[in-house]
Design a protein around this ligand. Structure first.
Ligand code: ASP
Ligand code: MG
Length: 466
């Protein structure tokens, strides 16, 4: 049994859905369980419509809702020759009527609560899975649509809910296993769940990868496949460095370190369920299904290169706090950490001395540092327009002379802070935001001059075309 997850741009139009149906068809012998997120940019659009309704802009909301309805109906019609007779049409109509009623409610109340936001966003996934299941049946596959809210049971943190592990695991096994055993292909929504009381919740933006990992772990599958429209995890962000290469194999630890330091390929929590069961995760490109993609496992063997990938974050601020002369150092640190903890601030880099402490935080978090409490501890200064660069790789554990190799190649670049050693597999420093592309290009030159062919692919053709 395997999980195959598709969403967003990999199912954004009729052609891409057809491609996805063929990919699933070619793997039927592996007993796939399909997980889908919403099609194209539907989630963002639904959010926008909900906001418009809550502001009383009914006409605009109605117009946008029509556009979404037409987009999905056109897709269903194109994929289902007997659309009129087929009950997929009735199903879609019912969803869009429900949506309309919910939006009318918002416009009366003039308020978008997290609870109603989750309810509204869930339709993106409900509609997408309805269409995909029908497209699979057209291809002769016995696809069975399942409502994830029957078994992904979460807490009540709307817009960012987390699953209740045991209930969810048992529910998945109860509802999904019998279908697979009888030869069907279950089709399940990612991203959405339900509280014990039956209210719809979502796992947060990009949460459908986490759903795929949860379902995979509960079913003890042999492989979790996340199908995207990129060739996998790469040595650098291909949108700012055209020479980036696909990474063929990477460890769970490296992959989560990369997401922590800004790589956007996966939702940061995605890997945990898979890792806990030691289930390999593949990232594939649905536009190039024959490509090898990236394989994430517990023990990726390290090759001859010192690093595996370079991640970065933009919009970073440096916050420095210099304590009052009278402050006692231990009390000072405790007070600062209390504030960070309470405000939910996670610095990417932090250094301290008896003159104070400096940390790099995201620009949105930096405003939370401007509290009376911190100012009472000392003088707080914030410097914006920075970025972090992180080198990640298992081989960093044993690398010698890494820092000097990095800095030798960054002549003329202003480096603000350096963090080395806190994590055994990464090396992070702060630069001016505008220097990010050139720093990445120079480091890529240095570290991937001679890429280990077992671990790194060529820059993919899809990139070369761009
Ligand atoms: N559809 C949701 C979103 O756009 C979930 C996902 O795509 O993972 O964030
Ligand atoms: Mg998505």
């Amino acid at each position: 049994m395997i999980i195959m997850k598709f969403g967003g741009t990999s199912i954004e139009d009729i052609d891409s859905v057809r491609r996805v149906v063929e990919i699933i068809h070619s793997r039927l012998d592996l007993c796939p369980v399909v997980v889908n997120s919403a099609m194209g940019k539907t989630t963002r659009k639904l959010l926008n419509i909900a906001r418009l309704s809550a502001e009383g802009m009914d006409k605009e909301a109605a117009r946008e809702l029509d556009a979404i309805r037409e987009y999905h109906v056109a897709m269903a019609r194109g994929l289902t020759p007997d659309f009129k007779e087929n009950n997929i049409r009735t199903a879609l109509e019912r969803y869009f009527e429900e949506l309309q009623e919910l939006l009318e409610g918002l416009s009366v109340l003039r308020e978008l609560t997290p609870r109603s936001q989750d309810r509204i966003l869930s339709y993106g996934e409900l509609v997408a899975t309805t269409i995909i299941a029908s497209a699979l049946r057209q291809r002769g596959i016995d696809a069975r649509w399942l409502d994830a809210r029957a078994f992904i049971i979460t807490d009540e943190r709307f817009t960012g809910a987390r699953p209740v592990d045991d209930l969810t695991r048992l529910g998945i096994r109860r509802d999904v296993l019998p279908l697979v055993s009888s030869g069907c292909v279950p089709v399940i929504q990612g991203f959405i769940g339900s509280t014990r009381g039956g209210d719809t919740t979502t796992l947060g933006f990009e949460g459908s990868d986490l759903s795929a990992s949860l379902v995979g772990a509960a079913l003890d599958v042999s492989d979790i496949q996340i199908w995207k429209d990129v060739d996998g995890i790469m040595t650098a962000d291909p949108s700012i460095f055209a020479g980036a290469r696909t990474i063929k194999k990477i460890s769970f630890e490296e992959a989560s370190e990369l997401t922590f330091f800004g790589a956007k390929i996966l939702h940061p929590d995605t890997l945990e369920p898979a890792r806990s069961k030691d289930i390999p995760v593949h990232i594939y490109n649905s536009r190039q299904p024959e490509g090898g993609g990236t394989l994430i496992t517990a023990s990726a063997k390290s090759g001859s290169n010192v690093i595996t990938s370079i991640a970065y974050k933009r919009s970073v601020c440096i916050v420095s706090i210099v304590p009052d002369a009278r402050a006692n150092p231990a009390g000072f640190f405790r007070a600062v950490f209390d504030v960070l903890d309470r405000e939910g601030i996670t610095p990417s880099v932090m250094t301290t001395s008896n003159a104070g402490m400096v940390m790099a935080v995201s620009a949105s978090e930096s405003s939370k540092c401007v509290t009376d409490e911190l100012s009472r501890l000392g003088t707080v200064n914030i410097f914006g327009e920075k970025g972090t660069i992180s080198l990640v790789g298992e081989n960093i554990r044993t690398a010698r002379g890494l820092a000097s190799l990095v800095f030798r190649n960054l002549d003329g670049i202003n480096i603000d802070m350096v963090a080395h050693g806190a994590s055994p597999i990464s090396f992070t420093f702060v630069v001016n935001e505008t220097d990010i592309p050139s720093v990445i290009a120079r480091l890529h030159e240095t570290f991937f001059k001679d890429p280990d062919p077992d671990l790194f692919g060529y820059p993919p053709p899809s990139l070369r075309k761009r």
